[in-house]
Design a protein around this ligand. Structure first.
Ligand code: F6R
Length: 593
């Protein structure tokens, strides 16, 4: 959601900002804008729509300092006025903002009773309040500190001051913001990807910190005004990973990358040719009497598989919670819980709110995330990386399999298992995924024939039900077909009433103990006119099953049964000519609650 990029230095800033914003497109946005410092003034270009449109409207004035923004609407519809940057009425300050100000109404009533706000955003309040404090205290840094004390909520701000062309100010609370250090220039960005083309040296900003950035200097301050010494870090991301290459869409590229991701995970988590993870993490899990997995969306679905893995392999009871629910409906806790936060981005606001809550209660936590240095990575006690490489398509695919693979290794090491060789089993899984990805034409054909209706069901039992839920999310989010992932045995208790002629029902069958029951449920829907497709493992398959997958270890089946469903979703969206990588209304990194 929303992205920020800024540059101060010696190069023409327009292209740097527009290219940076383009790399942030994956986060989801509906409008975009830039502010450029010229020798006379600050000029702002912004509008609803894509970066390509912004590129067309940006003027030709020379500028080496500027800030840019992609907006995902929260306060007010996407339009020109609500787009960022916003400028104070006196024209002195121009700023971009990620996050949500929770007390904007209160502050508007307190400080700006007679002021007519032009936009519906909370950001306009921020720029006016900053300008008010600067008039009052006559110093920008003092004003910034007052601003931070007054604002409640999440904010990452990048600010230009017309009276000081040599500086970009940034402020952070709860929304991610990084500084990129260059040679003769410096940058700011919501993530490293926005800056990676220019530099690979970064500084983090913690909550309630601000910074003053010139082309030669970076000064980070606490809210008290005390200067902070901070170590820089570099990113392992390869800028080429952010390119589509010959693929039509990032989603297809990322689906096909899954075998490589699994092999990389096996490689990253090994020592002396054996699977290995930090002993401290293994012990923390072993010492807990119950694991609480907290996550959202696809990561929540991976968490459901995680429960199966921990309970079956490591014999530790697990509860899985949707993070936005957990924050406000915290269950009774066991004596020694350990919290596992699963998140591709490491920035999901709902998960972060849950983390804040359990930390206040004094509990320990582990983040399983794809992004080193992300908020969840920094704020948890223990961390495991997914090593999936940047996931650009909004619909998560390779991060989901990476999450399951990392959870399986953790459960395996915690359980100290010797009766099967997980490393070998995961390698077999990688091979099976490769074979499945070669069957594109089959999945394209099935997608064309099957998704002829406005609604659809994925069904399964137990672990296959968890996969059905993820499969349904994938289909609905990119094809806009209303899809439910349903426990097949539960259909007859009400939902079967929705089945009519040609309703697509896709069943997942990967477990011997549920095979026959699920097949009975398929017969029940077929008898009511459903258009059924069966995805089964070879050893359980029947003659007419449309998608048959080579067998893998019974606990690892979600890693292979999910692949056809990802490809079916992809082709369903392709045939509808939809924006596969950037589906409507969605953001990759959901940084608001
Ligand atoms: C769906 C999808 C989302 C995310 C969810 C959590 O394809 O990507 O459901 O899984 O927004 O995001 P992370 O994993 O970044 O916490």
């Amino acid at each position: 959601m929303c992205g920020i990029v800024g540059y101060i230095g010696y190069k023409d800033v327009k292209d740097i900002l527009l290219t940076g914003l383009q790399t942030l497109e994956y986060r989801g946005y509906d409008s975009a804008g830039v502010a450029l410092f010229t020798d006379k003034d600050i000029v702002v270009y912004k509008d609803k729509g894509r970066i390509e449109h912004l590129r067309q409207i940006v003027g030709s004035e020379a500028s080496c300092t500027g800030i840019g923004h992609t907006r995902w609407a929260t306060h007010g519809v996407p339009n020109h006025v609500n787009s960022h940057p916003h400028q104070s009425l006196d024209g002195r300050f121009v700023l971009v903002h990620n996050g949500v100000i929770e007390n904007d109404d209160e502050l508007k009533h307190k400080y700006f009773v007679d002021y007519k706000f032009k936009s519906e955003t909370d950001t306009e309040l921020v720029v006016e309040l900053l300008s008010y404090y600067v008039r009052k205290y006559k110093a920008v840094d003092v004003a910034l500190r007052h601003l931070m004390n007054r604002l409640h909520g999440s904010y990452a701000l990048a600010i230009l001051d017309k009276e000081d062309p040599d500086v970009i100010y940034i402020v952070k609370n709860k929304s991610p913001l990084l500084i990129g250090k260059g040679d003769g220039f410096n940058m700011v960005g919501s993530d490293v990807m926005a800056m990676l083309k220019e530099t690979n040296e970064f500084y983090e900003l913690d909550d309630l910190e601000y910074a003053k950035i010139t082309k030669e200097k970076i000064e980070i301050y606490e809210i008290t005004g005390a200067l902070i010494e901070r170590e820089s870090f570099s990113s392992k991301l390869d800028p080429n990973d952010m390119e589509k290459g010959t693929y039509a869409h990032f989603m297809l590229k990322e689906i096909e990358e899954q075998p490589f991701v699994l092999r990389r995970i096996i490689d990253e988590y090994k020592k002396d040719e054996k699977l290995y993870m930090d002993e401290e993490i293994i012990n923390a899990v072993r010492q807990s009497d119950r694991l609480y997995i907290i996550a959202a969306g696809t990561s929540y679905h991976a968490g459901l598989i995680g429960k199966e893995l921990f309970e079956k392999i490591a014999k530790i009871p697990v509860e899985v919670h949707i993070s936005s629910e957990f924050v406000y409906n915290t269950p009774l806790m066991s004596q020694k819980p350990l919290f596992i936060f699963i998140s591709q981005s490491g920035e999901t606001a709902d998960s972060r709110a849950s983390l804040v809550k359990i930390k206040k209660m004094g509990y320990q936590s582990l983040a399983i995330t794809n992004v080193e240095g992300s908020t969840l990575y920094r704020e948890t006690n223990y961390q495991l990386l997914l090593h999936a490489g940047p996931e650009i398509a909004v619909a998560s695919t390779k991060a989901y399999s990476a999450q399951i693979a990392v959870l399986s290794i953790l459960a395996y090491l915690v359980g100290d298992i010797n009766d099967f060789d997980l490393r070998h089993e995961l390698s077999l899984v990688a091979n099976v995924i490769e074979t499945l990805c070669d069957e594109n034409e089959l999945f394209e054909e099935i997608a064309k024939k099957t998704f002829t209706k406005r609604n659809c069901f994925y069904i399964g039992r137990c672990i296959d039900f968890y996969v059905a839920q993820e499969a349904a999310l994938k289909l609905k989010e990119i094809s806009y077909i209303q899809t439910e992932g349903f426990a097949s045995g539960e259909l007859k208790h009400g939902t079967i009433a929705l089945i009519e002629d040609d309703t697509p029902v896709i069943a997942v069958i990967s477990q011997e103990n549920t095979n026959l029951n699920t097949r009975s449920n398929i017969k029940e829907v077929k008898a009511r006119g459903a258009n059924t497709v069966i995805i089964s493992l070879k050893s359980l398959s029947a003659e007419k099953d449309q998608i048959v997958i080579d067998d893998v270890h019974p606990l690892l089946t979600p890693l292979v049964t999910i692949i056809p469903t990802q490809l079916l979703a992809y082709y369903a969206a392709l045939h509808r000519d939809l924006d596969i990588d950037k589906p409507r209304n969605l953001a990759k990194s959901v940084t608001v609650e």
